[in-house]
Write a protein that binds this ligand. Structure first.
Ligand code: NAG
Ligand code: NAG
Ligand code: NAG
Ligand code: NAG
Length: 511
């Protein structure tokens, strides 16, 4: 397979049968700890802070061999494959770990005491646009510099030109592009070819400061939709790199990386998002939003780098996702008018409803799946299902800390909590639903179903169901089929679930 553009060279994409590896961008090094062969062909690995990773696409439906080698090790004395619930049977041979899968998965692998290796296999790409032709706006034809030698405006120029003909596609071929704020235009798609990297410079003067977060500093929305827009799509297998460690620690400048805001019918499919200095992906005040094949790889040494925070939006679907972060992996929030990060919001606070996270994998130092801390407008109809916590301080949480509105009709269904470690603000447990008062009001949590949860690790502290007082209770909480540790029968009491901090609750039912 060839990914070509008209003006420059043709870059070959590594193809093994139907497993596709994308050229490693020049700014990244290969993993020193792991190699991966898929059906006998090496994939491009990337060395990263805290863990290494590899990204590929593959045809599904037939047994495909994954052969992971650990070149620094002479033999494999222990290994772990997450999600544990997948039907993967691995064997070892010398310093190689070998298994077959017929479907694409996001996996977190460890061998011996090495750092983790995150394998992100996506299904083969469909609807790959040509790099040129009718309705295609190749950024290289708009002067974009794909060598990373300087900040380039060509991506925005191509976007602005494309927007004049609704339905057009902006095509970003392989290469390194340092860009300023990028405004995604209505009814226009952005395609990032595998091997392309859009990179944040981290230098404040290259960006419009849109907000200041009091406890961190000034920040921007790096790539955002224009207000009142519709039918915007971001897809492909390229990388969106927030350069967050540098941006935060050298320049005290933060950015949300991808911000669908005041938009409808937004879709995202495929790009890898990494190294955010702040909440990486934030759909804000938007409707009918879908994320699929969402891969967020933040560093676990960068402050408030949540994976995806759905904010004041409705009908949002996050399907087939991995979010690695120091801060929360997957969460929903609602905020007050015109304060800090909300200064650039186009509308007064809007309620959040109908948000579904499905088939997600969380790895965080804070919460895996969480509602809160802001509940300034109501949050209703939020579902987390068919998902896994690889590691977190808190697995499942509702932290009603700011605001007076209600959290209701929430479902946590079919979630495997593999491991818990550390603690976050004094909490270290598989489940924490609680109301706090921080001088910004209190409000109730009412109506939560917790069903079919495997809790392989209880965490070092108690689980909690704690309201604030009789005006802000935790009520109507139903537990069913919660399996603690290795138990094969579900827990029948809160005590068996180690939920021992209980106050200001009503109608707690263990079925
Ligand atoms: C890997 O090889 C097997 C055996 O030839 C084949 O059935 C399968 O489709 C291959 N997988 C991929 C992703 O190409
Ligand atoms: C950011 O600023 C520093 C210091 O001025 C400079 O050396 C560096 O090249 C800039 N980075 C980019 C990507 O422009
Ligand atoms: C609860 O939320 C789910 C998921 O969003 C939704 O389908 C259902 O209609 C809601 N139920 C009520 C009573 O609002
Ligand atoms: C609950 O606490 C809030 C905030 O401190 C207070 O305004 C309210 O009166 C309290 N409600 C009751 C019933 O004590």
């Amino acid at each position: 397979m060839l990914a070509c553009n008209l003006l420059l060279s043709c870059l070959s994409v590594l193809v093994s049968g139907a497993a596709v590896s994308y050229p490693r961008p020049s700014i990244y090094d290969k993993s020193a700890k792991y190699t991966l062969k898929v059906n006998g062909t090496y994939m491009y690995t990337v060395s990263y802070a805290g863990y290494d990773y590899v990204q590929l696409s593959m045809d599904q439906g037939h047994a495909t061999e994954f052969r992971i080698s650990a070149p620094t090790e002479t033999s494999i004395t222990s290994f772990n494959i997450s999600p544990k619930q997948l039907p993967i049977t691995a064997t070892t041979s010398g310093n190689e770990l070998v298994f077959s899968v017929s479907d694409a998965h996001y996996l977190i692998i460890t061998i011996n005491n090495l750092k983790e290796f995150v394998i992100m296999a996506d299904p083969s790409e469909t609807n790959v646009p040509p790099s040129s032709g009718n309705g295609i706006f190749n950024v290289l034809n708009y002067g974009a510099d794909n060598t990373g030698s300087d900040i380039t405006t060509g991506v925005q120029s191509a976007m602005d030109a494309a927007a004049k003909t609704p339905g057009s596609i902006v095509y970003v071929p392989p290469g390194l592009y340092y860009i300023g704020n990028l405004m995604l235009r209505s009814q226009t798609s952005l395609y990032l070819a595998g091997g392309s990297v859009l990179r944040f410079t981290g230098n404040k003067s290259d960006y419009t400061t849109l907000f200041t977060k009091s406890d961190v500093g000034p920040g921007t929305w790096w790539i955002q939709t224009e207000f009142s827009s519709s039918n915007i799509k971001v897809y492909g297998r390229g990388t969106i790199d927030g350069n967050g460690y540098f941006s935060l620690y050298t320049n005290t400048f933060i950015a949300d990386l991808l911000v669908p805001v005041d938009t409808t019918s937004f879709t995202f499919d495929g790009p890898l998002i990494r190294d955010s200095s702040f909440w990486a992906v934030t759909p804000i005040q938007s409707q009918d939003v879908s994320f699929k094949n969402l891969k967020i790889l933040n560093r676990q040494d960068v402050g408030q780098d949540d994976g995806i925070d759905v904010i004041e939006s409705t009908n949002v679907r996050v399907t087939r996702a991995i979010a690695v972060a120091l801060d929360d992996s997957f969460s929903t929030k609602t905020w007050p008018l015109n304060q800090g990060t909300t200064v650039p919001y186009p509308h007064p606070p809007m309620p959040l409803s109908d948000v579904v996270f499905d088939n997600c994998l969380a790895w965080t130092v804070c919460y895996g799946y969480k509602i809160g801390q802001g509940v300034y407008t109501s949050q209703k109809g939020v579902v987390f299902k068919n998902s896994v916590v690889y590691r977190a301080a808190v697995g499942l949480g509702i932290d009603h800390r700011y605001g007076t509105e209600i959290v209701s009709n929430v479902t946590f269904d079919t979630i495997d909590i593999e491991s818990l470690s550390g603690d976050n603000a004094g909490h270290a447990t598989w489940l924490a639903f609680f109301v706090e008062s921080q001088g910004a009001g209190i409000g109730p949590i009412d109506g939560v179903k917790v069903n079919n949860i495997r809790v392989r690790n209880e965490g070092k502290y108690n689980g909690l169901l704690v309201g604030y007082n009789s005006s802000a209770m935790v009520s109507d909480i139903t537990f069913s089929d919660v399996y603690m540790l290795a138990n094969t029968t579900p827990a029948t009491t809160l005590g068996q679930m180690k939920i021992l901090d209980v106050a200001y609750t009503s109608a707690i039912v263990v079925q």
